[in-house]
Design a protein around this ligand. Structure first.
Ligand SMILES: NC(=O)c1ccc[n+]([C@@H]2O[C@H](COP(=O)([O-])OP(=O)(O)OC[C@H]3O[C@@H](n4cnc5c(N)ncnc54)[C@H](O)[C@@H]3O)[C@@H](O)[C@H]2O)c1
Length: 251
């Protein structure tokens, strides 16, 4: 029997990058995976490739920042699956700007997707997770949550909030057998880091602060998420697990 047999797992932002790697890994471990994304085509493609490899996956489109979208998704999930065992709040966006230059629309959009989205998904899915008696929620924070990097102030602030959300939610939901943890990736080789990869000076700086001297791989984040989703981590809750090649920010 695989580690996640009989589990239903939902991953937000599952169409590409870390989300797609997480979907593939959870399916490999035996879960029935719901691949949600704001982009229908990438969610479809990810689910198709999992099914082609004999995994179980269903694509569903949802903008996690919109109450109406999330509420419709939850209704569909209730009738089609009846329960959710694992929720991975992965979807996120990244905007770089100094606070003085950050415009209000960008501020609102980042808060809506990166903070309100996980809140809406969690609040509305808890009624499907609690009855399982052993749910797992994994949030996606970042090493920037602790580093407060210049020009990424809003992103850092929100990822700190996700870390805090993780710990308080873990305390609140423990009575329902739900464990809540977060992964804090360092710099991982995905589209989100294209501008870093294109900037050799910046890349040298990041590598100088990364003892393992390389970008992480999406599969290395997926492995941590799979562990935190499974019974292998049954006594771990309220933790923020850095998966960052030892990245240390000196500022
Ligand atoms: N890549 C990294 O190095 C890194 C490091 C630390 C943290 N993270 C975090 O990991 C998560 C995934 O990052 P990634 O690198 O895979 O990013 P990515 O940009 O490659 O993928 C993000 C996915 O989220 C989806 N998405 C965006 N807005 C959405 C919305 N409103 N509703 C639903 N889906 C939406 C996108 O369509 C996309 O498929 C993010 O939360 C990010 O902040 C990434």
């Amino acid at each position: 029997m695989s580690a996640l047999s009989d589990k239903v797992a939902l991953v937000t932002g599952g169409g590409q990058g870390l989300g797609a790697a997480i979907c593939r890994r959870l399916a490999t471990d035996g879960a029935q995976v719901i691949v949600t994304d704001i982009q229908a085509e990438t969610a479809d493609a990810c689910a198709k490739s999992i099914c082609a490899d004999n995994g179980m996956a269903t694509p569903m489109t949802c903008d996690i920042s919109k109450t109406g979208d999330v509420s419709k998704l939850v209704q569909d999930l209730r009738s089609r699956f009846g329960k959710i065992d694992i929720l991975v709040n992965n979807a996120g966006i990244l905007s770089a700007a100094k606070w003085a230059d950050l415009d209000e629309a960008d501020f609102d959009r980042n808060v809506a997707v990166n903070l309100k989205g996980p809140y809406l998904m969690t609040k509305m899915l808890l009624p499907l997770i609690r009855p399982t008696g052993q749910g797992a929620i994994v949030n996606m924070s970042s090493t920037f949550a602790f580093d407060h990097v210049s020009s990424f102030g809003l992103y850092s602030a929100i990822k700190s909030a996700i870390a805090s959300f993780t710990v308080s939610l873990a305390k609140e939901e423990a009575r329902y057998g739900i464990r809540v943890n977060a992964v804090a990736p360092g710099s991982i080789d995905t589209e989100m880091n294209q501008s870093l990869k294109d900037n050799s000076k910046m890349m040298d700086r990041v590598m100088a602060l990364t003892p393992l001297r390389r970008l992480g791989l999406p599969d290395e984040i997926a492995a941590a998420v799979a562990f935190l989703s499974s019974d292998e981590s049954s006594y771990i809750t309220g933790q923020i697990v850095r998966v960052s090649g030892g990245y240390i920010n000196p500022y």
